[in-house]
Design a protein around this ligand. Structure first.
Ligand code: AVJ
Ligand code: FE
Length: 437
């Protein structure tokens, strides 16, 4: 991908936008119309809101801003402004009905492909206009993940299918990996489609630490449950303890005890919780409590990124744990190829030079860190993408899940959410400082 070459760039932008739209189409045609307009959870928008919001953001950034064209449907901007209307209120809005939402998104896309053909992409235009195309492709893919979360919350028979990941032999490597202390480069100034919060590249000194080789599995998490972890205040922060008590939380979301085993509902099918899969649908408080019970802690965001990008051979930072190549299927479980994480220890080709596995894909990993700007941060292209979220209310998640498309995933990519959230595809791994025994 050479962003200096306008033709290469045009082809890349076209493929990426088309892949996002194919996924959006799948997610919004596999259920009936009433399912598109229903609110499946107060935490989520109706699917038809996401669909028209995707089109509206594309109209605003690629048609109006990059294309310099007159607004097509300015009157709907406010309905699809995520800041004006919280998710719980969105079903009450005068939303475009499914057919109209589809036609609107398709009309904008056709116009935007003309803009893509006409734009010169030379000099600084390439960086600014070029960035906008990447941002909008990532935006659509992020809403596709959001819609997949809605699908998981939805009651009713299965609407989506995908092959399961390859079974993996039980992982027998070391449980943790030592990451040496010293400075490393965090964030990026080079990645053309990196979002504002990933920038700029800067040096961080990270003392030596140990990090789990794989994400924490369901079997390991069940040991915490069986040990009475949810009933023992010692493992929880005061906020976490108050939260699980108030909401009667005793297991990950979608889990249900059946005699001596745990069942879980996934995309309309009930199954026995698979022991070797990374645990999914836990909130930050649960991840933090598990780590304390295990005598460990969550990694900081800087530790996570160092584990994922540091190359001890060169002292530099790579784009991904496996190097600088774009993700291929043998590297990581990304892009909704599967509807679940792969067993812990999968994807040896995707491991870091130090041997840490599955940092990218499978499950979003909670970190200990609040969402804060890097030194030298500059909001781009709008404050509402990241800046308004900086502060102690949000915790950072890293690495992406099986539901994240490669275009919206890299070693520097940052996600964030409230510490109580667990409808997201969230799991975690644990760490400890090297001087601890
Ligand atoms: C980065 C996933 C927290 O979904 O709220 C979508 C991404 N920003 N539309 C979100 C986003 C604007 C954002 N997260
Ligand atoms: Fe959005």
């Amino acid at each position: 991908f050479a962003p200096e070459d306008p033709e290469v760039f045009r082809r890349r932008a076209l493929t990426t936008l088309t892949a996002a739209r194919d996924r959006t189409t799948l997610l919004t045609t596999c259920v009936d119309e009433p399912d598109l307009t229903a609110q499946h959870s107060p935490l989520m928008s109706p699917l038809v809101w996401d669909l028209a919001h995707i089109g509206n953001q594309e109209e605003q950034w690629l048609w109006r801003t990059v294309g310099g064209q007159e607004a097509i449907r300015p009157e709907i901007d406010s309905i699809y402004d995520a800041f004006e209307h919280p998710r719980a209120e969105r079903p009450k809005l005068p939303l475009l009905p499914p057919e109209e939402a589809r036609a609107y998104a398709a009309d904008i896309r056709a116009r935007v492909l003309d803009v893509l053909e006409r734009t010169a992409f030379d000099g600084s235009r390439l960086t600014e206009a070029g960035f906008a195309f990447g941002m909008i492709a990532q935006h659509e893919q992020q809403h596709d993940e959001t819609m997949l979360i809605t699908h998981q919350l939805r009651r009713g028979p299965r609407a989506l299918t995908a092959p399961d990941p390859e079974p993996a032999p039980l992982f027998t490597g070391p449980a943790e990996v030592l990451v040496p202390g010293g400075p490393f480069t965090m964030g990026t100034s080079a990645e053309p489609w990196a979002l504002d919060n990933e920038r700029p590249a800067h040096t961080r000194d990270v003392p030596a630490f140990h990090i789990d080789t794989t994400p924490v599995t369901n079997a390991a998490y069940q040991a915490f449950i069986d040990d009475g972890g949810y009933a023992d205040e010692r493992w929880w922060t005061p906020e976490g303890w108050a939260h699980i008590r108030a909401h009667g939380i005793t297991a990950p979301l979608f889990w249900r005890r059946d005699g001596r085993q745990w069942l879980r509902r996934r995309f309309g099918v009930t199954e026995v919780v698979p022991p070797d899969e990374p645990v999914l649908h836990v909130c930050w408080y649960e991840a933090d409590a598990y780590a304390r019970w295990a005598g460990r802690r969550l990694p900081t965001e800087a530790e996570w990124e160092k584990a994922a990008r540091f190359d001890p051979a060169t002292g530099g930072s790579m784009r991904y744990p496996w190097g600088d190549d774009d993700p291929r299927p043998e590297h990581a479980n990304l892009g909704q190829r599967h509807l679940r994480p792969a067993p812990a220890g999968s994807y040896p080709a995707g491991e870091s030079p130090l041997g840490v596995r599955q940092l990218i894909g499978d499950v979003w990993e909670w970190t200990a860190s609040d969402f804060t700007p890097y030194p030298g941060f500059r909001a781009f292209p709008y404050k509402e993408y990241s800046e308004v979220f900086f502060g102690p209310e949000y915790k950072v998640l890293r690495g992406g899940s099986f539901a994240v498309d490669p275009v919206a995933c890299r070693g520097t990519f940052r996600n964030w959410d409230y510490p109580i959230r667990r409808q997201i595809f969230s799991g975690f791994r644990t760490a400890r400082s090297a001087e601890d025994v």
